[in-house]
Structure formats: C-alpha cells, structure tokens
Design a protein around this ligand. Sequence first.
Ligand code: SAM
Length: 194
Amino acid sequence: MTKKVTNSLKDSALFLKHALKSPMQVAYFMPSSPWLIDQIAKCAHLHDAKHIMELGPGTGGTTKGILKYMQDDAQLISVEINQKFIDHIEKTIDDKRLSMNNKGAQNLVEIMDEYDWESADVIISGIPFTTLPKGMDKAIMQSIYDALKPGGIFLAYQLRDHVSKLAQPLFGDYTFKKIEFKNIPPMRIYTWMK
Ligand SMILES: C[S@@+](CC[C@H](N)C(=O)[O-])C[C@H]1O[C@@H](n2cnc3c(N)ncnc32)[C@H](O)[C@@H]1O
C-alpha cells in the first residue's frame, strides 16, 4: 500500500487563517484529508493524461496527490487566486512538472495559451461553486468546458450538489459519483467526460 499524502501543521494553520479571512472563497476550515486526496487522484484517470489542470489547490495537499499519481512526462498547472497559498506551495513543493498560475479559473484558455497547450486532458476542481459571487460559477464552468479536450475528464469535489446542476447543460449527467465520508465534512466526488 502506498503512503497517503498528509497535511503538515503549517498547511492546516495557513488554510484555517485564510478560511476565516475569505470564507466564501476558501469555503472549509481544513484542507482535504489524506483519504479524500487519494480518492480524487485515483478517480481522475491520471495514468494517461499529459496535460492536467488543478483549480483551487489551497495549501497544496491535493496538488501533492495529483503529482503522486501522474506520469513523469505529464505537466500540471495549478490555478489559485490566493497569493499566500501560491507562495506556500512554491516553498513546499519542488517538482518540475508543476507550474503555479494566479489568473483565476475563469481564464483557463488564456492560461493554457501561456504554456502552449491546445487543451487539457484532465481538470480537477476544488473551487467552492456554491459560495462564489453571482455569475462566477457559470463563468468558471464554461471556462472548464472550453479548456478540456473532447473525451477529457472533469472532476469536482464538493460539499453540495450545486455543481451537478451547473455542469449539466454543458457536460450532461455526471459519469461517476462517490462520497468520501472520512473527510470533514464528507465530500462528494463527481466526474464527467466531455
Ligand atoms: C475548498 S479550497 C480547496 C483547497 C485544496 N484543494 C484542498 O482540497 O485542500 C478552495 C480553493 O479554491 C480557491 N479559489 C476560489 N476561487 C478561485 C478562482 N476563481 N480561481 C482559482 N482558485 C480559486 C480558493 O482560494 C481555495 O484555495
């Protein structure tokens, strides 16, 4: 059995500080648990993906999980709007496959252009769609759809079901759903194929 990715005390303290400061943006009081991180990475079909995007890495636990499961020649762009989280990830994760970007998940096609990517094979999102400012949820969903290649996988881990209604007009019904009860709070994992 491979070792699960864990969060350090520093990760958790920084996450809590920013959850209190920006509750609508961060949404939970603690980062994803090792069990959730493992399930996200396992459900995302990373084995044959070369271009992977992560939206909302927070303090980087999910980022480490994705890096653990992805191929050596794959690339990961993690998009995060909180500069303190970006600084923390850049200090704590040293992996040449990872690039951090602060442009926001509503600008994925523009972000991919910077890296000369045509499209993404897999997009993994921890963005809290339910608590975003009005209109931003739809803008981010459209951006995900536009950035993903046909046949690509979109995975979202969420506390509430709002994301499935938001994704439906573009992606149709989800292809997979699982609830990770060992996370606090229990978290739903959804995937769609474009
Ligand atoms: C629930 S936290 C998830 C953190 C981490 N992935 C985890 O599971 O522990 C949501 C993250 O989304 C980020 N976020 C919110 N809106 C965003 C946007 N428009 N673009 C990129 N990141 C965003 C927040 O700053 C926060 O780090």
